[in-house]
Design a binder for this molecule. Structure first.
Ligand SMILES: Cc1cc2nc3c(=O)[nH]c(=O)nc-3n(C[C@H](O)[C@H](O)[C@H](O)COP(=O)(O)O)c2cc1C
Length: 182
């Protein structure tokens, strides 16, 4: 798939199954992540990879967060299972450093670029993925458990695997609606 086709045809795959990224594919996905634009070369990222047992550990973290929020019954059980919707989940964290010229927002954006680069590197290799956040990305227990402190931000949980359905036949927004020329 050439670069422009990838950029213009990119899509998410919410329903994923095995196999997840093979070690070589994961290497390429991570190589794409660290090519994210990065003001002052701060490398403000952490990628926490969960697969196999790791997905269950991430599920336990979501479970504890749901319990602390007072969830019960089905909602609590669902929290534990959320990460098992894909063979691999990469938590993308912006690790923010104090810098005179690079505010936190720029470091968050850099981590966001890394998330999209990883999703596209997955799609380019025949895999699929979806970038999710939800309340857990902002939850204090989840943040603490995954090593996000202060102005750090969990910018997303990137679910990766083999798509269960074909690319959706979804109309793209019209770029003209968002463009202005000066
Ligand atoms: C920061 C961010 C957080 C998102 N969180 C969620 C989410 O929690 N759940 C979800 O279904 N989609 C979420 N999305 C949207 C999906 O990643 C995806 O873009 C959307 O389903 C549209 O599909 P498409 O990428 O094929 O156009 C999020 C997107 C971004 C950029």
């Amino acid at each position: 798939m050439d670069a422009l086709t990838l950029l213009t045809q990119r899509h998410s795959s919410p329903r994923l199954t095995e196999p997840g990224p093979a070690p070589q594919q994961l290497e390429t996905i991570l190589a794409a992540a660290v090519k994210a634009p990065d003001h002052a070369a701060l490398t403000p990222w952490k990628f926490v990879i969960a697969q196999g047992e790791g997905l269950l550990k991430l599920g336990e973290i979501f479970f504890e967060a749901a319990k602390a929020k007072g969830e019960s019954g089905e909602a609590l059980a669902r929290a534990r299972l959320l990460p098992t919707r894909a063979p691999m989940v990469i938590t993308v964290i912006a690790k923010v450093q104090e810098h005179p010229k690079v505010p936190a927002i720029e470091q968050h954006l850099s981590a966001g670029c890394a998330a999209m680069a990883m999703q596209m590197a997955a799609q380019a290799q025949g895999l699929g993925g979806i970038w999710r956040t939800g309340s857990y990305a902002f939850d204090p227990i989840v943040r603490e458990s995954l090593g996000a402190r202060g102005e750090d931000q969990i910018v997303g949980f990137l679910y990766l695997g083999t798509p269960l359905s074909k690319a959706p036949n979804k109309k793209s927004p019209n770029p003209d609606d968002y463009v202005a020329f000066l």
